[in-house]
Design a protein around this ligand. Structure first.
Ligand SMILES: [Zn+2]
Length: 327
C-alpha cells in the first residue's frame, strides 16, 4: 500500500485525546459487565472439536501466520504461492468457496492472479466483505522476504475468522472473506499502475454482476500483527465506518490501539471506495520505528504478537455485529 503522509503521533481528534483516559476507565467497567452486555464473541460448539469451542483463538491464528510464512516468499506465479493457495483452500473445505482466477499483463510479463472468496450466508439482505492480500512482493522474490506482518498476519486472521463463522446461521448480513492476490506493487517502494491487481479485477467483476450494490461494507486487514499495535486512522476510509470500528474497539477495551495516528492510505479498499462501497483499512503502518521492517527481510514472525491478532480479530467481529444491527 501507499501512504501519502504521516502526521506523526497525534490523535485524530483532540477531543479523543482529551477523553482517552476516561474512555479507558469506562471501557474497563463495561468489560466487567456480564456477558451479553458488552458484545462478547459468540461461543461456537462443534461436536468433537474442542479447538473450535472458544471465541477468536489468537494462538491458533498465530500458528496460521507461522505456517504461511514457512512456505517462504510467495510472489505471483511461484510454487510457494501455489502452496499458500492450496493451504487456504484446505482450511475452507466444506465452505462455499469461489475462485477468481485471471492472468495479468505486467512490465515483468504475464502473471497469474488468484483471488479466493469464502461465503458465509446471513439472513439479512446484503454482504460484508473482509479482505486480506496474501502475496509477497515481486521485487523481493529472490530474497528471504516472507511478509510475516505484510500479508501473512491478516491472511491468518481471516482463516481464524472463518473458524468463527463456519457452521452458524448468521442473524445478519452475509459475510464474505476475501484472500486477494497481487496487492503488492511490481516495483518498490510503490507504483500505482502495477498494484492492487486482484481487487481491481474483482471490484469490476462485482460491479458488472451487481454484487457491488449489495455490499454494505468492505473491511480490509493489512499489517495487523505488529506486537506494538497502533491501527491508523485512515482519512481515505469511510468516516462513519471508521467511527464504528473505534466504537467496537472501545466496547472491547482496546481503543488505546486505535487511531492514535492519522494517515492517508492507498490500499486494497481503493477500488471499492471508488465505487461507493463504505470501506475501511485496518492497518498499522508503523512497523518498527519509522516503519523500518516494512518490505524488508526483517518482516518476520518474531515482531508479531498473538495479542495483536486477537485485538484486531475481535474488533473486526464486533464491527460486523454492529453493521448487522445498523438500520
Ligand atoms: Zn506490502
Amino acid at each position: 500500500m501507499k501512504i501519502f503522509r504521516i502526521a506523526g503521533l497525534v490523535c485524530f481528534l483532540s477531543l479523543v485525546a482529551c477523553s482517552s483516559q476516561k474512555e479507558a476507565a469506562a471501557a474497563a467497567a463495561q468489560a466487567a459487565e456480564p456477558a451479553g452486555s458488552s458484545g462478547h464473541i459468540e461461543i461456537r460448539v462443534k461436536n468433537g472439536d474442542s479447538s473450535n469451542m472458544e471465541s477468536f483463538n489468537e494462538i491458533r491464528a498465530m500458528r496460521y501466520v507461522k505456517e504461511i510464512v514457512a512456505f517462504g516468499p510467495r510472489p505471483l506465479g511461484s510454487a510457494n504461492h501455489k502452496k499458500v493457495e492450496d493451504y487456504i483452500h484446505a482450511h475452507l473445505q466444506g465452505d462455499l468457496v469461489e475462485d477468481d482466477d485471471f492472468v495479468v499483463g505486467t512490465s515483468e510479463g504475464k502473471l497469474p492472479v488468484h483471488n479466493i472468496i469464502a461465503k458465509y450466508p446471513g439472513t439479512r439482505d446484503g454482504i460484508i466483505v473482509i479482505a486480506s492480500h496474501y502475496d509477497t512482493n515481486w521485487p523481493l522474490r529472490s530474497t528471504s522476504y516472507v511478509g510475516a506482518n505484510d500479508g501473512a498476519s491478516s491472511s491468518a486472521l481471516l482463516l481464524e475468522i472463518a473458524n468463527q463463522l463456519r457452521g452458524k446461521t448468521r442473524d445478519g448480513y452475509s459475510v464474505w472473506l476475501l484472500w486477494d492476490d497481487a496487492e503488492e506493487s511490481m516495483r518498490l517502494p510503490w507504483y500505482d499502475p502495477e498494484a492492487l491487481y486482484g481487487v481491481r479485477h474483482l471490484a469490476q467483476k462485482w460491479q458488472d454482476d451487481g454484487t457491488i450494490k449489495k455490499m454494505r461494507a468492505f473491511l480490509l486487514e493489512d499489517m495487523i500483527g505488529d506486537a506494538d499495535l497502533n491501527i491508523d486512522h485512515d482519512s481515505n476510509s469511510t468516516p462513519w465506518l471508521e467511527d464504528m470500528i473505534y466504537q467496537s474497539a472501545k466496547r472491547l477495551g482496546y481503543q488505546s490501539h486505535f487511531f492514535g495516528r492519522m494517515n492517508t492510505v492507498d490500499d486494497d479498499h481503493k477500488p471499492f471506495l471508488e465505487r461507493g462501497v463504505p470501506s475501511a483499512d485496518l492497518i498499522d503502518f508503523e512497523y518498527g520505528y519509522n516503519n523500518v521492517f516494512w518490505h524488508t527481510t526483517d518482516d518476520t514472525v518474531d515482531k508479531l504478537s498473538p495479542k495483536s491478532l486477537q485485538i484486531v480479530g475481535e474488533v473486526t467481529l464486533e464491527t460486523v455485529r454492529m453493521l448487522d444491527k445498523k438500520p
